[in-house]
Design a protein around this ligand. Sequence first.
Ligand SMILES: Cc1ncc(COP(=O)(O)O)c(C=O)c1O
Length: 387
Amino acid sequence: MKNKFVNFDKKINRHSTDCVKYDGLVEYFGTNEAKPLWVADMDFATPKHVCSGMRNKLKQQIFGYEIPSSESFNAVISWQKRHDLELQKENILFCSGVVPSLKVAIEAFTEHGDEVIIFPPVYFPFFSVIKDNGRTVIESQLELQNDKYVMNLSDLESKISLKTKLLLLCSPHNPIGRIWSKDELETLNDLCVKHNILVISDEIHSDLAFKNFVSFASINENCLILNAPSKTFNVAGLNTSYAFSKNNEILTKFKIYAKRDHIVSLNSLSNVLIQSCYNNESEIWLNQLLTYLEENINYTNAFFTKYLPKIKIIETNATYLLWLDFQDTGLKHKEIKDKLLNEAKLALNDGITFGSNGKYFFRLNIALPKSELKKALANIQQAFSIK
Ligand SMILES: Cc1ncc(COP(=O)(O)O)c(C=O)c1O
């Protein structure tokens, strides 16, 4: 590729490819007539050099069990330097997914009946991994202040009990597209240290940052970070992720439970995937992707300001997911949902699935060619303009 311009305008037909975003529409939305702007994957091709790395691997013809190679560890170590983290091989554990790792972390670091903190609106598996493991969810809802979400740490502190053992941080935060600042993370860390609460930070969106991303590991090494190339390079279906901690006790405990739950075996493409995603060539591709995403975000912001000022977009500084606030439209949540799906013919994520304070909100995925984004926005305009 080497500095060549990546064509993110190219339309790729994903229908009938068994991808959940398109072919799962009937199951999840009851129709296949809507344009899918929901699940967090992009309508852009994975970088060519990553695809060609995997094609070479396919030439091996045998796809047996794999072990993580030292090149894969080195790739993670050098990629995480982007976030000012200095890791060693011993700090890293490869896993088959971030959500399975969240589940394992709950098992490893809490007992039945213990409490785990989350900040809704938040990526919906954060609720289920806690509840399904027989632990109690402590919700500290994010607060919208001047169109920006903030944590309410005094609310959080008032909810902490002796049973509160863990905090699941989403950083950057899905669905609001927010990078937590160093100050915010430090204040949160002080509170967690005071109450002896371990932080598990899901940083899967950390490469998709439009301003400086701060890893929780740079605030306090005594935590567990979960990450993956999935979102950045559009390879979520390859189930390859990793966990890391500089605290040996934390990583060892996590590893015991991860092995017990069988989430540590790699698939045959994982090694090549990690190595071809985490290198200099990818850095060039990623910079172009970020520019394209930012243009799409700016276009969407300008569109709503001009044509649909009652629908607000929460200010974002990470990811390709926009959090749309319909509160000023005066419509009921169900009416908004109906208009989006049945009039605009668009499938967006329903805000309620991210927590009760997601009512009147919907999540829009803007990682698609501009021409397609423009058509989708025009549909929203038609559905929501006063008739
Ligand atoms: C915050 C967050 N964590 C985890 C995941 C999924 O991770 P995985 O596919 O590795 O389980 C997503 C996918 O959208 C996500 O947004």
